[in-house]
Design a protein around this ligand. Structure first.
Ligand code: ASP
Ligand code: MG
Length: 419
């Protein structure tokens, strides 16, 4: 069986929902699990509902707007499906009654309860439409399969429960055509509370299902024809990454490319399940493949720019050497304040890091100043080039002041500032 994932942009309206059927018909697949995100910007809208509820403001108007949008799409794509209409009504009713409960203290907890509705609504509509269009399928509540801990908004999956859950709650694979429509992003604790896996978590859900069911492959359908060697919004002449390894994709996302989250790749890598990233607009476009490394890997220069960086150098006040003990203490402060180090370098008396310029980073600098002398340069850019060549490097750094340069075999990194 295969796993297909459709993101919010691919089901943002009735035309998008119909296009899902177009994709499925094109491939004529029977054995399929289809993971669907919330429609369009629904998750953002539901976040606003959460913040309104938390502040004691009225969120019902926003909910009514979402209800109107979802029912308009359902009426358009599956007007005859009374069951789907009732299911959708029930889910809106459930959200409204939750909004009437007194505000509890834990925002993250009710964030998950509210925001999960986006995925429930969209999958009811997509499932109803596919059935109406002759693509028989069963709607499954992903929360019955994905059991998590109670770390709300960033829940951890209980991998050991997956097999049992699949056996118990997934409709049997004996009856073909076997198609399941389910939600991305959401799970449930053993106590029955809804959880979410973090924003953009639907790709991860697709990987979890693929892992649990030993899928042949996962395909993520996007509004772009695959993964590129640089952000097309920032650079001209970007090129498609036709084939890259799991490791390369993890490296690229670590350096800041918004390709696929490493968390999505790990379960796939463990079971050697290939990931395809393809265009739902152009079905003939080959897209990108992420799998084991091969001789045909696309090793063209890929570049990633992270703007808004601080280059911070940390020196012991008595100019004592930077040794493991100070480094241990410094790392602990970064971890405690949850500030990610994007690049680091050390000399005898200074430890230098590039970090994103955020209020958290500024607060950390103040804290470090209790023990160290801290100097920083603001407005820097961090440039990472994988599989670099000299012409690319000089082109990318032209007209910039280079504050740090680091090279390893496959990666060149620069901290630069405008001249
Ligand atoms: N709907 C969720 C979000 O917008 C999850 C996802 O789309 O991956 O973050
Ligand atoms: Mg999305």
């Amino acid at each position: 069986m295969k796993v297909f994932k459709f993101g919010g942009a691919s089901v943002k309206d009735a035309a998008g929902v119909r296009n899902v059927a177009g994709v499925l018909k094109h491939f004529a697949l029977d054995d399929l699990l289809i993971v669907v995100s919330a429609m369009g910007k629904t998750t953002n809208a539901l976040e606003e509902v959460v913040w309104a509820y938390a502040d004691g403001r009225d969120a019902l108007a926003k909910v009514a707007e979402l209800e109107q949008q979802h029912f308009a799409v359902l009426r358009e794509v599956a007007p005859e499906d009374a069951g789907a209409r009732t299911a959708l009504e029930d889910q809106f009713h459930a959200l409204r009654s939750q909004l009437k409960q007194p505000v509890s203290l834990d925002v993250d907890h009710y964030y998950d309860q509210f925001v999960a509705f986006g995925e429930l609504w969209s999958t009811i509509i997509v499932s109803a439409y596919l059935n109406a269009a002759g693509i028989g399928n069963k709607w499954v509540d992903a929360r019955t399969i994905i059991t998590t801990d109670d770390r709300h908004r960033a829940a951890n999956v209980k991998w050991e429960m997956l097999e049992y859950n699949c056996e118990k709650y997934l409709p049997s694979f004996d009856h073909l055509p076997h198609r399941i429509v389910t939600q991305g992003f959401i799970g449930r604790t053993e106590d029955g509370d809804t959880t979410t896996l973090g924003r953009e978590g639907s790709d991860f859900s697709a990987a979890i299902f693929a892992y649990a069911l030993d899928a042949e492959s996962v395909t993520i359908w996007k509004d772009v024809p695959g993964m590129f060697n640089a952000d097309p919004k920032r650079f001209p002449n970007t090129r498609l990454l036709e084939h890259i390894s799991y490791k390369e994709a993890i490296e690229l996302s670590y350096f800041g490319a918004s390709v696929i989250h490493p968390r999505t790749l790990q379960p796939l890598q463990r079971k050697h399940i290939p990931l395809y990233v393809r265009s739902f607009i152009d079905l003939s476009a080959p897209g990108s493949t992420i799998s084991e490394a091969t001789d045909h890997d696309t090793l063209i220069p890929s570049f990633i720019v992270k703007p808004n960086q601080l280059l911070v150098s940390i020196t012991p006040r008595d100019l004592s050497f930077i040794v493991e003990e100070n480094l241990g203490g410094i790392f602990k402060l970064f971890a405690r304040r949850n500030v990610r180090i994007d690049l680091m370098q050390n000399s005898a008396v200074a430890f230098t890091v590039a970090i994103e310029d955020t209020p958290r980073s500024r607060a950390l600098i103040e804290e470090l100043r209790n023990e160290y002398e801290v100097l920083y340069n603001e407005g820097c850019e961090l440039l990472t080039v994988r599989h670099f060549d000299e012409p690319t490097l000089s082109q990318l750094t032209e007209g910039k002041r280079i504050l740090i340069e680091q090279r390893s075999r496959a990666t060149a990194r620069y901290v630069t500032k405008a001249k």
